[in-house]
Unconditional design. Structure first.
Ligand SMILES: O=C(O)COP(=O)(O)O
Ligand SMILES: [Mg+2]
Length: 237
C-alpha cells in the first residue's frame, strides 16, 4: 500500500486542498495586484519573484511584507496604517482581476474528477479571502468539485491554526481520521499536524523560498497526478 490511503488507519473519505501553490499557480495575479497597489502609493513594484516568497499567510501578510520591502524595514516594523492602505489598494486591484495570469497546475482537474467519482468529499481550505476564492475556483470550473470553501477570513483563525481544517471536515461531514490535507507550505503542514491529520505536499508550490521537504510532510509529490496514481494503484482500502 502507498499513497494517500497509506497515511490513514481509516478508509479515505475526505480531502482538503490548499489553493495557492497547490491547485493554482496564482502568484502572477497576486504579484500584479501587489505591484499596482505599491505603485499607487508611490513605491516601486516588487515583481513576481519576490511576491512568490511572500504568499502563503493571507493578503494582510502579503501587504505587510510588500510594504516592509518597499520601506526596507523588518516585517514587524511596517507601519500598520500604511499596511492597511496598501491592503485596500491590493484588494481593489485583485478584485478586478484575480485569474487572467493564473494557471491550474497540470493534472489537478483530472484528479479531482476522479476522487469526486469515487465519492470522496472535497474542500478548499485557503488563506485567501473567501470573496476572491470563489471567482478563482469558478474561473477554473472547480466550484462543483470543491463545494466547501474555508477562506482566510471565514474564521478569526487561519492556517497554521487547525480551526479552518476542522470546520471543513465538519461541513463535509467527514471525520479528521479519514481525511488528508494536501498543500504546499509549512502553514498547511502545521495546521494538519495540530489536528493530527495526515498531510501530503506538492513540491512545486510556494513555501517562502524553503524546500517544503524540510517541514517533513507525510507524503511529498512533484506532480499533482502522483497523488492520484498512488490511489489508482491501491483502490478500495
Ligand atoms: O493567500 C495566501 O497567502 C495563500 O493562500 P493558500 O492558503 O491557498 O496557499
Ligand atoms: Mg498554498
Amino acid at each position: 500500500m502507498s499513497g494517500l490511503n497509506a497515511l490513514l488507519s481509516a478508509p479515505l473519505r475526505g480531502l482538503l486542498f490548499d489553493l495557492d501553490g497547490t491547485l493554482v499557480d496564482s502568484v502572477p495575479d497576486l504579484a500584479a495586484a501587489l505591484d499596482t497597489a505599491l505603485e499607487s502609493l508611490g513605491y516601486a513594484p516588487a515583481g513576481e519573484a519576490r511576491a512568490r516568497h511572500w504568499v502563503g499567510n493571507g493578503a494582510p501578510k502579503l501587504a505587510q511584507r510588500g510594504l516592509a520591502w518597499a520601506l526596507e524595514v523588518d516585517e514587524a516594523r511596517a507601519p500598520a496604517a500604511q499596511v492597511e492602505r496598501l491592503l485596500a489598494e491590493f484588494y481593489r486591484a485583485y478584485g478586478e482581476d484575480s485569474w487572467s495570469r493564473s494557471q491550474l497546475y497540470p493534472g489537478v482537474r483530472e484528479a479531482l474528477e476522479y476522487w469526486a467519482a469515487q465519492g470522496i468529499k472535497m474542500a478548499c481550505v485557503t488563506n485567501k479571502p473567501e470573496r476572491f476564492t470563489h471567482p478563482l475556483l469558478a474561473h477554473f470550473g472547480l466550484e462543483a468539485l470543491l463545494p466547501v470553501v474555508v477562506g482566510g477570513d471565514t474564521l478569526p483563525q487561519r492556517k497554521p491554526d487547525p480551526a479552518p481544517l476542522l470546520l471543513a471536515c465538519e461541513r463535509l461531514g467527514v471525520s479528521v481520521d479519514s481525511t488528508v490535507m494536501v498543500g504546499d507550505s509549512i502553514n498547511d503542514v502545521q495546521a494538519a499536524r495540530a489536528c493530527h491529520m495526515p498531510v501530503a505536499c506538492v513540491s512545486y508550490g510556494y513555501n517562502h523560498g524553503s524546500p517544503i521537504a524540510d517541514a517533513k510532510p507525510d507524503l511529498l509529490v512533484a506532480h499533482f497526478s502522483e497523488l492520484l496514481h498512488t490511489e489508482r494503484r491501491n483502490p478500495g482500502k
